[in-house]
Design a protein around this ligand. Sequence first.
Ligand SMILES: [Zn+2]
Length: 237
Amino acid sequence: MLQLFHTFTDGLEAVLFPATCMACGTAIKDKKRVLCSKCVNDRFEDPNPANRVSCTKMLLPDGINFQDALWRYDKEGHIQEMIRCLKYKGMSQIGTELGKIAGKRIAERHLGTHTPDNLQEILLVPVPLHPAREKKRGYNQARMIASGMSEISGVDLAENEIVVRTRNTLTQTKFSFSKRMENLKGVFKVNHPEKLKDKFIILVDDVFTTGSTCYSMAASLKNTGVAGIGILTIGIA
Ligand SMILES: [Zn+2]
């Protein structure tokens, strides 16, 4: 029985802390990593290699200075699988690890010309979940990503209560862009505008799809005296 228990916990550990790369299966010495360095550097497509203002062809709304993502979202591929594990399988540590990879971009001042040179002027603000959803999931995946970014870059991470989500919106995948924007109106509430004043805000989320979530969050932030707003996600659909 004890042996069975050990087999079970070993298996659990292997799932929670894979010692192999999630994309290619290569063994990784550092058990905390989810991807090998070869995959990080060569395998996934950078959606914005030239660091233009936006990595979609879309014009950004007023008040948003840049939008960038680490990788192009490969439907049914490894990035989707990682995000799924992060959001629905309790593997919060994937968020921190992916955030660390994205954090290098900030540390190396790799986000175009719109971010301040002084990293102390930047504040990372993860897209909040509704408290009920966060309680159910046990964590906010965007906050896990942002904490990895903060750890690598030294950029401050905003506290939880500064910006909150006031309604638990239903899944929006079947909605048009304008319907999504309408549905999200007034969802984000800034509790402490004084903590955002004069800061360059980087909104952090797992995946950028239509942009409706980040855009509506940006709309609630832009009149709080911020120095600028950028969007950084792991994937872009
Ligand atoms: Zn790999």
